[in-house]
Design a binder for this molecule. Structure first.
Ligand SMILES: [Zn+2]
Length: 87
């Protein structure tokens, strides 16, 4: 996977273009404005991703920074984009 940066949150799939993992796969510890997860902390392992997502959805899928929420944002559509590797 070297050479490809990751911009989508592994937990909630929100993607505003901010690089979360660089081209070497190193986490940049960016806090997701949507689910409040930190890249490189909860999302290193699939089990952590699933648990964090479960907790976030159980709390209602709220935005940590509502001012960042795009107009017309749709939780279901965002979740549908989660790649198979992080489901
Ligand atoms: Zn997120």
């Amino acid at each position: 996977m070297e050479g490809k940066t990751e911009t989508a949150c592994r937990i909630c799939e929100y993607d505003d273009g901010t690089v979360l993992y660089d081209e070497y796969g190193c986490a940049l510890f960016v806090i997701c404005p949507c689910c409040y997860s930190e890249a490189g902390v909860e999302d290193c392992r699939l089990s952590g991703v699933r648990e964090s997502r479960r907790l976030w959805l159980a709390s209602g899928g709220k935005w940590h920074s509502p001012e960042c929420r795009p107009t017309g944002w749709d939780l279901e559509k965002q979740l549908a984009n989660i790649p198979a590797a992080w489901r």
